[in-house]
Design a protein around this ligand. Structure first.
Ligand SMILES: O=P(O)(O)OP(=O)(O)OP(=O)(O)OC[C@H]1O[C@@H](n2cnc3c(O)ncnc32)[C@H](O)[C@@H]1O
Ligand SMILES: [Mg+2]
Length: 173
């Protein structure tokens, strides 16, 4: 079983590697930058989910007999509140695609306003917290939860949901 993650982001790679090793054992896992096919800053659950699916399918297509993983971050608005949203997808070599979403929390109003003005969340978060490259470490989720849920842990949960559905489908087929 060979896996390619459709991103070079270290927070995503940490989550993928840890969860595959935990549930599927020692596997060949690599990463490659692939197109998400959606905007750099997805603005809805639909768009974020599609980005994850596109990355997973593109990563799976890079090599023969390879599973592709796509993880995508975005925001979505409910009423007057903007929430962080994250989606993941696992594409199998035979064309199945599993999807799962992560937990969501509201963004502070100032941060939401920056994103509504066209700023990417990654840049807006660095500016807001006066820190560099937060998206590669604890992420907005980690900063806004006093580090109780850093970005890699959020992605680990999504990976558990993807691997779990995959194992269930294999067991029940
Ligand atoms: O290299 P890739 O895989 O593209 O990783 P990324 O950090 O850009 O992550 P996404 O494209 O999945 O996320 C879309 C945008 O939202 C930002 N983002 C998403 N979740 C974030 C988080 O928890 N903390 C900081 N930025 C986040 C991210 O930096 C992008 O600007
Ligand atoms: Mg990106």
């Amino acid at each position: 079983m060979k896996f390619i993650t459709g991103s070079e982001n270290q927070a995503k790679m940490r989550a993928v590697t840890r969860m595959i090793e935990r549930y599927l054992g020692n596997r060949d896992i690599s990463s490659a930058s692939v197109a998400s096919g959606v905007s750099p800053q997805p603005m809805s659950d639909e768009e974020t989910r599609q980005g994850a699916i596109n990355r997973a399918v593109a990563a799976s297509a890079l090599q023969e007999d390879t599973y592709g993983i796509g993880l995508e971050g975005g925001v979505r608005i409910i009423g007057r509140t903007m929430y962080l949203c994250n989606w993941g997808a696992l594409a199998t070599p035979d064309g199945q695609v599993f999807t799962a979403a992560g937990a969501q929390i509201p963004l502070p109003e100032d941060l939401a306003a920056e994103i509504k003005n066209g700023k990417e969340l990654g840049d807006a978060v660095d500016y807001y917290f006066k820190k560099q490259q937060i998206r590669l470490s604890e992420g907005a989720m980690g900063m806004l939860t006093a580090q109780t849920v850093p970005r890699d842990v959020l992605f680990e949960h999504i990976m558990q949901l993807l691997i779990g559905q995959f194992l269930y489908s294999k067991a029940s087929s």
